[in-house]
Ligand binder design. Sequence first.
Ligand code: NAP
Length: 451
Amino acid sequence: MSRFDAPRRVAIVGSGPAAMYLASHLLDRPEVPHQIDIFERLPAPWGLVRWAVAPDHPEKKLVIDRLFSYTFDRPELRFFGNVEIGSDITHQELRANYDGVFYACGADGDNRMGIPGEDLPGSWSAREFVAWYSGHPDFSHLTFDLSHPRAVIVGNGNVALDVARILTSPVAELAKTDIADHALTALSRSQITEVVILGRRAAAQGAFNNPELEELAHIPGVLVEVDWGADQSADAELSWAAQRKLTTLKDFSSKAWSPSAKKIVLKFLSSPVELIGDGRVSQICLAANQLQTDASGRVSARASDQHTLLETGLVMRAIGYRGRPFAGLPFDNKRGVIENRQGRVCANGETIPGVYVCGWIKRGAQGVIGSNKKCAAETVGRYLEDIADGATPVLNASLEAIPHLLDKRGIRYVSKSDWTRIDRFERNAGRATGRPRVKLTTSDALLEATL
Ligand code: NAP
């Protein structure tokens, strides 16, 4: 690797885990010095760690103080929050000002069920609900009707379990967390006593992780019921992880639960076929499924014509997030990712020099926070190979060009010191009430806290 006198200048779009691991990997290479500018659409950093990690999982947010903040505070890194790439600054302008442009902007769309009634009021994506209770400024204004005793969640990944916990946990417990105040108020009035989580395949194919599954048994005042469906896979053919989850589910089935006011039902081999209601969801029609295995061993669900109706006022699909196309960048619609090979963005098989991706917009919406470490290492690895090969541009653009452009356009951007003020404000507000922080939940309030 050759030595450079002037640092390489790179832009990272996004400030979530993928972005912060990218920055950390780039700054860990003293032989190739870097000056990094992070662009974030919202006035606060940390992406999904701030706007999606469940408030009752504070341990998953420790990565902010233990890792992200250390990288964020490095003098070689600048932060431009409240700046949207694509409108405030274009992709072409980034290309003209940075030797490397890295997109780590996540997956902010979601999959659809594609069934009749999906757009009725009362039918939501779990992504919206999660963003709402996390105080995301784009979702804080939403109103969820929690007045029906039963909510149904479609899909049984970790997002489904997060949503089920938040809907059933005692409000007194949630009040100790950084959950958005508006969500706390709405949940304190909730009439929901039963949450049904639908898995289209059998228990052995549940998409949840075992620790998250086990956690359901520890929600005070909530019992967990398992509805196995007709089919059951032979345990012997299953992976260790699947067997572990089955054991947990069997423990739920055999446990003598104390009488509880609320319950979570894990219902397997069941798919929604229609949401029914006059002006809003009042019922969900479910088909009982059977399993089928193809030649590659992939187990899928096939709906039977055996249908049942469940009364409900709230349906949330937790069937996976999806990346959205980005103006000026090639997009793989099928996978919902920016087209890339190991992090190098490419169009029609040709690499676009100097443009890279990382995180969910690179590999699809799968994996936990730590998965981004390996993902970022791969992208940075390809980028460093390109530098060594002389395949990336060296522009020597001025450090002042971008702040100057933002000022000229009247964009009120959030700097690192601005974020420090917001962070301090939220933590101080939390300290007064024994919470980790009280989140500011609108862009205006966040910007005001910088003054
Ligand atoms: P996910 O893990 O991909 O689970 C999606 C679920 O939706 C699966 O059960 C899937 O069933 C089901 N599904 C997909 N299409 C469906 C359809 N048309 N009808 C019915 N069901 C359908 O997605 P996720 O829960 O959104 O999580 C995304 C990622 O974030 C995951 O990697 C997850 O581990 C991670 N995450 C982690 C945590 C944590 O660490 N605590 C918390 C939240 C999220 P099939 O399996 O049959 O496809």
